[in-house]
Design a binder for this molecule. Structure first.
Ligand code: ATP
Ligand code: MG
Length: 559
């Protein structure tokens, strides 16, 4: 990991032998949704730091809200962390495992006169809390005796009291400049929803600010790394552990990952899923780990991206192009090249024998000679990309047009002799060409060099496939930025998915399996879909284009 302010803190702690030289971090997701690329940053940081210093990192499900949490999310989160390449070994914990312990800590606070049962309703509590400029007012229930508080808390626990009728609050300071310290709620009653692990056993649930620090303390975490929004909660983190006299980890805040053209909030991502605006948490357009994986993004590229963006103490917005570039850079080195024609235009080579097939030797990866070569069949009838032909070529269009010669990659030079059109529509449906047998392999002995090299697929040998082209999910860099007062959903990109049904792929593609990735020459990086692919009906997802075409288009629009 690149040196950053956190590694600096840890370096100093190790020098001074704080925590007996231990480094122990944790990644504490709430199982109320799938993980997204922002979580990947937190995972890479917590597991990365532990690995770097020979320490440990726990995976802890912060499951204290039964109304939003589900087992499905737990399984998905585990799969995502594993896929990212990190391992918690036997250090898998649940905050719900500590419910008894947390309850005892609350009782202890009551006994120490540091917590009380409060009967104010939600509106009153808000009213009493004050504002940033106006100090709060003490609750009339603040002076209850320890005995009464113990009794009420016991009754809360036993389910004798109604939801919302009472809460347990820490007794701190209603005049504090930090709103979090104004007698924060530490326990609430929740009886109607069973917990996904503890069922109906508990009628009270601890709040984050109470359970998180104690869970960290129980697990002997040394450095509790969280995002900047929690900076103002740190005094409360410290207060609870000091009030209990417990082992005290150090909370350290870093800037969360924000990325343009997407949203990184589980609540909003859930909304996209629930409203059917995407096909699911693993829709390849989603910034979730499951979405990135299905799209074909390699976990190495996600890790490289996290390393590249680093860790800072101030918030910023990362350009999604940085992630796309990390994916390209990685795949460029490892992805085998294949020829695929997305929008086929038939080419007939009139001077090539009808029943002949030649094997053309093609390089699997020009970046890695060890990946070798393959044979691609060439025959009289081929497909080329519709975009690679223009009947009336504009000035800088160097690809195929009537009378012009181009190179077919790894094969021959061909020249367009005749254009066949649909009689009714006038659409170009076929090209009649001739080839020069002296240019086999792609070079002419007389040194002539066509200005364009096209990819192609032999019609007789082609494998048909469905190809899904993905674009950014939102049209605006900041999807929250709305013109008409609508919310982020109004900025969804209506062209974020284009499905092309009858693409033609070179036959060496046969036998690829879900998650296999390759570069379709001149087009981009593609991945075999995990859900909809079968060998008779191959489905590929575009991971990224070769260059950042979006940036180009945008530039063109802006002039
Ligand atoms: P969301 O806002 O998406 O719901 P969250 O913070 O509520 O996220 P948690 O499950 O509580 O989600 O997050 C687990 C850990 O991941 C926390 O330590 C949190 O700080 C970190 N994390 C969440 N979002 C980001 C982000 N965008 N960048 C970096 N770390 C993040
Ligand atoms: Mg959270």
């Amino acid at each position: 990991m690149k040196p950053n302010f956190i590694t600096e803190i840890i370096g100093k702690d190790l020098e001074t032998k704080k925590n007996e030289g231990r480094v122990h971090t944790r990644f504490p997701p709430e199982p109320n949704g799938y993980l997204h690329i922002g979580h990947a940053k937190a995972i890479a940081l917590n597991f990365g730091i532990a690995a770097q210093y020979g320490g440990l990192c726990n995976l802890r499900f912060d499951d204290t809200n039964p109304t939003k949490e589900e087992q499905e999310y737990i399984e998905a989160i585990k799969e995502d962390v594993r896929w990212l390449g990190f391992s918690w070994d036997d250090r898998l914990y649940y905050t719900s495992d500590y419910f008894q312990k947390l309850y005892e800590c609350a009782v202890e606070l009551i006994k120490r006169g540091k917590a009380y049962a409060c009967d104010l309703n939600i509106d009153q509590t808000r009213e009493y809390r004050g504002t940033l400029t106006r100090p709060g007012k003490e609750s009339p229930y603040r002076t209850r005796s320890v005995e009464e508080n113990l009794d009420l808390f016991e009754r809360m626990k036993n389910g004798e009291l109604d939801e919302g009728s009472r809460v347990l609050r820490a007794k701190i300071d209603m005049a504090s400049g930090n709103m979090n310290m104004r007698d924060p709620i530490i326990y609430r009653i929740l009886k109607s929803t069973p917990h996904h692990r503890t069922g109906n056993k508990w009628c009270i649930y601890p709040m984050y600010d109470f359970s998180h620090c104690i869970s960290d303390s129980i697990e002997r975490i040394t450095h509790s790394i969280c995002t900047l929004e929690f900076e103002n909660n740190r005094p409360l983190y410290d207060w609870v552990l000091n009030a209990l006299g417990s082992y005290h980890p150090q909370q350290i805040e870093f800037a969360r990952l924000n990325m343009n053209y997407t949203v990184l909030s589980k609540r909003k991502l859930l909304e996209l899923v629930e409203k059917g605006l995407v096909t699911g948490w693993d829709d390849p357009r989603m910034p979730t780990i499951a979405g990135l994986r299905r799209r074909g993004c390699p976990s190495e590229a996600v890790r490289n991206f996290c390393e590249e963006i680093g860790v800072a103490k101030f918030n910023s917005v990362i350009d999604v192009a940085i992630l796309e570039n990390a994916i390209r850079t990685y795949l460029n080195k490892v992805a085998p090249r294949v020829m695929a024609v997305l929008r086929p235009l038939k080419v007939i080579i009139e001077n090539y024998p009808e029943d002949k097939t030649e094997d053309m030797e093609a390089i699997n990866n020009p970046e890695d000679a060890a990946m070798g070569t393959r044979n691609v069949p060439f025959s009289r009838e081929l497909y080329i990309e519709r975009d690679d032909f223009r009947e009336d070529p504009p000035k800088k269009f160097f690809r195929l047009s009537p009378g012009r010669e181009v190179r077919l990659r790894y094969a021959y030079f061909i020249k367009c002799e005749k254009v066949i059109k649909d009689e009714r529509t006038g659409e170009v449906i076929e090209l009649r060409c001739t080839y020069d047998p002296a240019t086999r392999g792609g070079d002419a002995s007389d040194g002539r060099k066509p200005k364009a090299t096209l990819h192609w697929v032999s019609a007789r040998h082609a494998v048909e496939a469905e190809i899904r082209l993905y674009d950014r999910l939102f049209t605006k860099p900041n999807p929250e930025d709305s013109d008409g007062g609508e919310d982020f959903k109004a900025n969804i990109n209506p062209h974020s998915l284009e499905v092309i049904k009858s693409c033609k792929l070179e036959p060496t593609i046969k036998g690829t399996k879900p998650q296999d990735r390759c570069q379709f020459e001149r087009l981009g990086y593609f991945c075999v879909d995990t859900k909809d692919h079968s060998s008779d009906k191959p489905v590929f997802n575009r991971i990224v284009t070769l260059r950042d075409t979006w940036a180009k288009i945008e530039k063109a629009i802006k002039g």
